[in-house]
Structure formats: structure tokens, C-alpha cells
Write a protein that binds this ligand. Structure first.
Ligand code: B3K
Ligand code: ZN
Length: 876
């Protein structure tokens, strides 16, 4: 099929002003009647040809202004309804369709999950319910009537406010009518019907309006929803306080379901969530789960303004709502927790997920210009890099001007389907700042590289800093232009404080921001009192790779003194990464690894520094992952050598830090009450990190300590941390603890996902066979995306040595699995195959085997558009 291109955008020929939907719910045959008020928008439209998009639709009836449309006046296929002779003026079209929710395994459109009816319409699911102008720039007011058997679906929910409900006399059925007064695109439509439990609460908005809050879940899980409710209320308050944005309906509903293709969905007034981002209690959820629940609840809630009230003109503009909303949820979590620790975690995620995408065959701009299958563009680039671009905008403008720009954007575009141009114009117009060069961040793919070189002239008391930016070619983009990058910086003086300087030339410097705009710039700082250690890219102020010629002793100094906590963490990571890269080469050459003493000093210094928060110390003590090292190497990747180098360094660190690990561990022990707040979570994180580092020695006492930690744990965070430590060390003891964990949680699917993930990520040669065996385990279910991602997704995405087995068996397994799953759930299949994205960076033997597996998938008949698109681009 021909691709969609940004440059081909045309406004819709017809507008749909109102939509009345009637659902007669029935598992195999739900009857949907859609009544649309339509009018022509263009001269062309007045010629009378109307095309509405469908997907696997069965048409049962069609009326125009109340009269059945004659067969000669329309053509209906499962994917298109064409009317050849519609009136020039406004008219009403009534479309009756039949859909089969029970057979819908794609989980797009109307489907069943554990007996509940639910919908997922973004991006193109509404067309699986009825024929429609299923594009985000067609905004309509929806009224939804649901009718179902009372015993089957006592709860009937849709977007907006409840209007009316009641029994259907003489039957076992009942109905409910919901009305959403805010015009919205079809992708934000939702309905849910089923037998569900609920918790309720209330929120009073800043203007004094009372909003009813409800969270629905499976019966019996209500108590696990209280943290999500608390996070929702905090999100509502925060958006008022920080952005002045208030909720607009009388009711806000969240429904947790167990079969969902992604995290959650921001349908107007009726968010539908993957239950893993709603349910949390100390016995079943880790601190990371709590943080994810908080972040995703906030994200979907924040979409009410950035996404729903202001939506996207077309899917190329996806980052308009996603990048901005990720930025907003990151800021919310930073305010709720530790800003420094949150930033480190977000940058780790960006580097782990987005950098490899940007550096491989799937690279695309934050605002793509071409796509075959839009579902494949819900990517780390659109989301996480999109958020980084908004963060840079804030750094360039400063917080006050950033807020002015946001206010103008909301004022100007409330009710619009907007573009990136609209967004940037709001900031430019509100502040007078020229953002034309900055806009390149939306169109140029790839991770820029900055090379920094500094020189201090003692006699002249001047410091010269040369910054050079470059951007490698990416698919479809061979030539790149220099971008506007905010480089937050400081010049650390001999006593550890940032030094002042008298003047600077060679570029624009505002407060602590260098505006890098040229391919190469040399800044000269005059009046600098002593040789500085440059601290660049503080807080990771731009999503780039920074190469800087800095000695190990300066990095150690920076780790001890930098006023920017992010760069203290970065200094240690840089030291560690240098060691790991060298160590990998030593493994390949068969030489003994060497350890940089400055690294042990830096780690020990942070560990012993009680003025630093425990969560931060835990982050510093966690080495770059195997995947991080592979990415840093960039070519001829040998995952076994990397793993061996990392193991060797962990052993050296563990030995080097000696009994300080035990001492700090003991100091942090003895807490039995569980509180999910960030400070308590930070203490657990540090204690669990220390346990893990200690086990790097594999001494009998360290093994015993890990087993005791597992047995004595009073919450899931500690229990899972012990288990992960034992399984990652591939200790023979792992079988017994994994089985014990499974049996304890045999009825809790979300906890069993953790178990599946641990099984799949054991770095041992028998893991692939174990994964294959687990596909037949009663706790696994082939049609639930959470189970699939926990087992197969973790194996392919997080088990570097075993997925990348030299014999290619890991690749073959994923290919076989994907070919089978593709028949039922294309979106989840395509997502799994992203694990192949860095195949060209592998050493030649593995590279050839990965390529063969990819080619085998590509050659299969009847691939879904999703899978065909991913495999084709990965091989290109
Ligand atoms: N907007 C949805 C994602 C929809 C994905 C469709 N394949 C969730 C979110 O980003 O908030
Ligand atoms: Zn989103």
C-alpha cells in the first residue's frame, strides 16, 4: 500500500458535527447504529461523493435523512463505504453495523476482556465499530446509548456526563445514555460495559466545581485502586497549580482492564487502563510499579488538555500531544518525588530506548513525515524525545516565558486540531523568540553528537571551550543542519564551587545556558580564576551524546563536587563506561581486566556520603547495563564479552568496596512498615542495590544474605529485588526461589508477569528452553499482551546474551513466535520485533543469523501491515 505523507495533508471534505451511537451489546454480534450529522466542507464535496472508512465492518442498514439509501447509490466493502449522491446541504446519515467483540483478538475497536466490553480507538480503531471519517481533524459532539443484558453488564459507561439510564420494560436488559459536550475526534471515543467493582471519590476544582471520580476494576481488587485514586487527585491539583488547567466534565472515570495493547488511553472522561498501571498494594507492587501508576495516571489525566481539548490535526503531529504530555508527567513526578532521581531515571530510559531507535534502521524524526502504519509510530522518539524537545524549549525560554507560551497555546487552540507549527508559533509570539532553527529538532532524526574541548590559559586567566555538533545520516535524511541546543553548564573551580567569569565571547550565554547554534563554536570566558573542570549538559539539557576529553581524576573530582546532581551521576557513569568498554576489549583479547581506581573511589565516596539521598546513591551504584555498553560500542557487538566485562567489573567493585556494602546494608535494615513515598522507596532501592553488589562476589555468605532477604521481605519491592539478584546471578538456588514465588502468587496475574520476566531474563544457556516450556504453562496466556510482553518481550528485549545466542536460536524463536502471534494481534507482534532494531551493530556471526530470521519473517505470506512495516524498515 502507498504510504501516508505529511506533505499530502488536505483538510477533510466533509465535517461531522454530531454523532449519536446506539450499542445493542451482544458478545458475538453487537449491533451499532451511528447517526451522523454531516455537511460538505469544500466545493469538491458538494459534488456528492462521500467516502467513510471502515475496517472489517459488516453493514446492515443505511439511511439518509431517514430514508433507506438505494443500493445503486452506495458501495460498501469491509473497509470503505462510498455514497455517490449525498445532498449539497447538511444531512443525516444512519449507519447500522454488526461487530463481533468476542472474536476481536486485535484489541482494537470493540472487544471483550475478562467478560467486559471495552473499546480502544486510537489511532484507527473507531473504523472497526462503524464507517466514519476516522481522522483526528474531524471533531464531533458524541451522545452514546448503551443497551445490554443487566446480569451480563450492570455497569454501562461512555464519554462525557451521564444523562439517563433505566430498565427496558419486559426484558432483562437495561440502558444508559452519556453525552460529551466537548467536540472530539473519533480516536477519543470510548465505551465500557460489564460487571465491575468501583471506588469513588470527589475533587473540587479551582473554580469550585465538584467532580465525581470513579475507578472501576475487577471485583475484589477495589482496595488496590486507592493509590491510583490518590495519584489522580494529586494530578488534578498539580495541573491547576502549575499550568492553570482545570477539569471540565462533572465526572472522571478510569477503568482497569487486563487485556490491553499498551499502557492506557486518554478517552475523554473515560480513561481505559492496562490494569498494571492502576492496581498497587505493598504485597503485589514494587516501588517502581507505584511510580509507574502515578506517572501513567497523571499522563492520561494531563491529556485532557494536551491531547483532548487541543488535539492533533493529523497523526504526523502525534508528538504535539505525546511529547508534551510526557514532559508534563515527568514534571509532575519530579515535583512529587526527587527531581534529580527522576531526571536520572528518565535519561536512563531515553538512552536505553530512544537512542538505539535513533541510531538504527527505525530512526525517524520526532514529527515523522511518512508512515505506512501509524501504530508503529507510538515510539520512544515521538514520546520520550518529544518530551526532551519540550524540555529544551523550556530551557531556552526560561520557566516564565515557557509558561506564557503554554498559556497562549491553550488560549489560541482550545477546541482545535493543531500542528507543531501552531505550538511553536504560540511560544514565539508570546515571547518574541525566534524558534525557526529550534524547529529542526522536530524534523531531523538521529542523536546529535557534541564534541567538547576545553583549554585554560593560566597567564591570561581565560578558558576556551570549543563545542562541535554533528548529526549522522538517518533513513531518508543524508544532509543535516546544525540545531539550536541549550547546553546547561558550570565551570567548577578548585574548591568545588562554580566559578564566576568576567565576560564571554564567541556565542550567546544566558545565565547557565550556552546556546549552541553553529556547527562549531569557540566560547572564550575571560577572568576565570583557576583551571576549571567543565560541567556540561547539566540535567541532560539536550538529548545528545557528549564526548569530552576529561581525565579520570577530573571525573572523580566532578563526582564529588558538581552542584548538579545529574552530572555527579554522569561523571561516575562515564568513568564506569570507559572501564566497561576497555574491559570488553580485554575479554575479546583474552587479557585480564583492569579496574580504574578512581571509579572505586568515586563509588565509595557517594556510598559514604550521607548528605546525598539514598535513591540517588542507588542510581550512582548501578552500572551501565549490557545494552548500554553495546550501544556505546556501536559495532561488532559481542554480548558475551560485554556480559563478562560487566561481571568482572562488578566483582572488582564489590571487592573494592568491601564490607562497606554490608555496613550500609545493615544500617538500612529493620524497616517493616511499608510506605510508597519516594524517600522510603529510596532507602529500599539503596539497600537492594547493596545486596546485589555484594552478591557479585558469589561468596556463600552473600548468597545466604540474598536468600534471607527473599525470605524476610515484607513487601514486593524487597522480595522481587532479592529474586532478581539471585536469578541475574544465575545461581543454582534460583529454581527453588522462583518456584516458591510462583506458588505464593499463583492467582495473581500481574505478579506472575514479574515471575515470567525473571525466568526469561536469566543469563544462562538453558533459558531459551525454559521460555519455550513456559509458553505451555497454565500461568501463561497466549492472547494476553501483558503475559506475552512479560515472557517473550523480556526475553527478546532484556536478555542480551540469550536472545543474541551465537547459534541464532533466540532469533529463530522470536521469528516463529511473531509469525504465529501476528495472525491474532499485529500491534503486539510488531512491538516485539523492535528487539531486532540494532541487528546491524552485532558481530558478523550473530548479524548474519539475525538477518536470516528477519528475512524469513519478511518472506511470510499474509503478514499484517504492522509487522510488514517493521520488518521492512528494519531490513532496509
Ligand atoms: N494515546 C495512547 C496511546 C495509543 C496507542 C495507540 N496504538 C496512550 C497515551 O500515550 O497516553
Ligand atoms: Zn500519551
Amino acid at each position: 500500500a502507498a504510504p501516508f505523507r505529511l506533505e499530502d495533508y488536505r483538510a477533510p471534505a466533509f465535517t461531522i458535527d454530531t454523532v449519536a451511537l446506539d450499542f445493542q451489546l451482544d458478545p458475538p454480534a453487537t449491533r451499532v447504529t451511528a447517526t451522523l450529522s454531516i455537511r460538505a466542507n469544500t466545493e469538491e464535496a458538494r459534488k456528492g461523493r462521500l467516502e467513510l472508512i471502515g475496517d472489517e465492518i459488516v453493514l446492515k442498514g443505511l439511511k439518509l435523512d431517514g430514508v433507506a439509501v438505494p443500493a445503486s447509490h452506495y458501495i460498501a466493502t469491509p473497509s470503505l463505504l462510498t455514497l455517490t449522491d449525498v445532498p449539497k446541504g447538511p444531512f443525516t446519515l444512519e449507519i447500522e453495523t454488526i461487530v463481533d467483540p468476542a472474536a476481536n483478538t486485535k484489541l482494537m475497536g470493540l472487544y471483550r476482556t475478562s467478560g467486559t466490553y471495552c473499546t480502544q480507538c486510537e489511532a484507527e480503531g473507531f473504523r472497526r465499530i462503524t464507517y466514519f471519517l476516522d481522522r483526528p481533524d474531524v471533531l464531533a459532539v458524541y451522545t452514546t446509548r448503551l443497551e445490554a443484558e443487566k446480569s451480563d453488564a450492570p455497569i454501562l459507561l461512555a464519554n462525557g456526563n451521564p444523562v439517563e439510564s433505566g430498565d427496558i420494560p419486559g426484558t432483562d436488559r437495561h440502558f444508559a445514555i452519556w453525552h460529551d459536550p466537548f467536540p472530539k475526534p473519533s480516536y477519543l471515543f470510548a465505551m465500557v460495559a460489564g460487571d465491575l467493582g468501583v471506588i469513588t471519590d470527589r475533587f473540587t476544582t479551582m473554580s469550585g466545581r465538584d467532580v465525581e471520580l470513579r475507578i472501576y476494576c475487577e471485583h475484589g481488587k477495589e482496595a488496590r485502586c486507592t493509590y491510583a485514586m490518590d495519584a489522580l487527585k494529586r494530578s488534578m491539583k498539580w495541573d491547576e497549580d502549575v499550568f492553570g488547567l482545570e477539569y471540565d466534565l462533572d465526572i472522571f472515570v478510569i477503568v482497569a482492564v487486563s487485556d490491553f495493547n499498551m499502557g492506557a488511553m486518554e478517552n475523554k472522561g473515560l480513561n481505559v487502563f492496562n490494569d498494571k498501571y492502576v492496581l498497587a498494594d505493598p504485597d503485589a507492587a514494587t516501588d517502581a510499579d507505584y511510580a509507574n501508576v502515578e506517572g501513567v495516571i497523571a499522563h492520561e489525566y494531563f491529556h485532557n488538555w494536551t491531547g483532548n481539548r487541543i488535539t492533533c490535526r493529523d497523526w504526523f503531529q502525534l508528538c504535539l500531544k505525546e511529547g508534551l504530555t510526557v514532559f508534563r508527567d515527568q514534571e509532575f513526578s519530579s515535583d512529587m518525588r526527587s527531581r534529580a532521581v527522576k531526571r536520572i531515571a528518565d535519561v536512563r530510559t531515553l538512552q536505553a530506548r530512544q537512542f538505539p531507535e535513533d541510531g538504527g534502521p527505525l530512526a525517524h524524526p520526532v514529527r515523522p513525515e511518512i508512515y505506512h502504519e501509524i501504530s508503529n509510530f507510538y515510539t520512544p522518539t515521538v514520546y520520550e524525545k518529544g518530551a526532551e524537545v519540550v524540555r529544551m524549549l523550556k530551557s531556552i525560554l526560561g520557566p516564565d516565558d515557557f509558561r506564557k507560551g503554554m498559556d497562549l497555546y491553550v488560549k489560541r487552540h482550545d477546541g482545535d486540531a493543531a500542528t507543531i507549527e501552531d505550538f511553536l508559533a504560540s511560544f514565539a509570539d508570546a515571547t518574541g523568540v525566534d524558534l525557526s532553527q529550534f524547529k529542526l529538532w522536530y524534523s531531523q532524526a538521529g542523536t546529535p553528537q557534541i564534541v567538547a574541548r576545553g583549554a585554560y590559559d593560566e597567564a591570561a586567566k581565560s578558558y576556551k571551550l570549543t563545542l562541535t555538533q554533528s548529526l549522522a545520516a538517518t533513513p531518508g535524511q543524508s544532509q543535516k543542519r546544525p540545531m539550536h541546543m541549550p547546553i546547561r553548564f558550570g565551570l567548577i573551580g578548585p574548591n568545588g564551587d562554580d566559578m564566576d567569569y568576567a565576560s564571554v565571547s564567541g556565542g550567546r550565554v544566558d545565565r547557565d545556558i550556552i546556546h549552541l547554534t553553529e556547527a562549531s563554536q569557540t566560547l572564550v570566558f575571560e577572568g576565570v580564576g583557576g583551571r576549571p573542570v567543565p560541567s556540561l549538559l547539566r540535567g541532560f539539557s539536550a538529548p545528545v551524546r557528549l564526548a569530552i576529553d576529561i581525565s579520570a581524576s577530573d571525573l572523580l573530582f566532578q563526582a564529588r563536587t558538581d552542584t548538579d546532581p545529574f552530572n555527579r551521576w554522569q561523571a561516575v557513569q562515564t568513568l564506569a563506561m570507559r572501564n566497561l568498554v576497555a574491559g570488553t576489549a580485554e575479554q575479546i583479547a583474552g587479557r585480564a581486566p583492569k579496574v580504574e581506581p578512581a571509579l572505586i573511589d568515586a563509588l565509595g565516596g557517594v556510598l559514604d556520603n550521607d548528605t546525598l539521598e539514598p535513591a540517588f546513591r542507588a542510581q550512582v551504584l548501578q552500572l551501565p547495563s549490557e545494552a548500554d555498553i553495546a550501544r556505546e560500542l556501536g559495532q561488532d557487538v559481542d554480548p558475551e564479552a560485554i556480559a563478562a566485562a560487566r561481571t568482572a567489573l562488578r566483582l572488582a567493585i564489590s571487592t573494592g568496596l568491601g564490607d562497606r556494602l554490608e555496613r550500609h546494608y545493615a544500617r538500612l535494615s529493620g524497616e517493616t512498615d511499608f510506605h510508597p513515598d519516594a524517600t522510603s522507596a529510596g532507602r529500599r532501592a539503596l539497600r537492594n542495590t547493596l545486596l546485589d553488589l555484594r552478591l557479585a562476589r558469589r561468596s556463600p555468605d552473600a548468597i545466604a544474605a540474598a536468600l534471607t532477604h527473599f525470605e524476610a521481605a515484607t513487601n514486593m519491592t524487597d522480595r522481587l529485588a532479592a529474586l532478581a539478584t539471585i536469578t541475574q546471578a544465575a545461581l543454582p538456588e534460583r529454581r527453588a526461589v522462583l518456584d516458591a514465588f510462583h506458588d505464593r502468587y499463583a492467582n495473581d496475574a500481574l505478579v506472575l508477569d514479574k515471575w515470567l520476566t525473571l525466568e526469561a531474563t536469566v543469563p544462562a544457556p538453558d533459558t531459551l528452553d525454559r521460555v519455550k516450556a513456559l509458553l505451555k504453562h497454565p500461568s501463561y496466556s497466549p492472547n494476553n499482551p501483558n503475559r506475552v510482553r512479560a515472557l517473550v518481550g523480556s526475553f527478546a528485549g532484556a536478555n542480551q546474551t540469550q536472545f543474541n545466542r551465537a547459534d541464532g536460536a533466540g532469533y529463530d524463536f522470536l521469528a516463529d513466535f511473531a509469525l504465529d502471534l501476528d495472525k491474532r494481534n499485529p500491534q503486539t507482534t510488531a512491538r516485539l520485533l523492535v528487539s531486532f532494531r540494532s541487528w546491524r551493530a552485532l558481530e558478523p556471526v550473530r548479524r548474519a543469523r539475525a538477518e536470516a530470521a528477519l528475512r524469513r519473517i519478511a518472506a511470510a505470506k499474509d503478514l499484517s501491515p504492522d509487522t510488514l512495516d517493521i520488518v521492512t524498515r528494519t531490513l532496509a
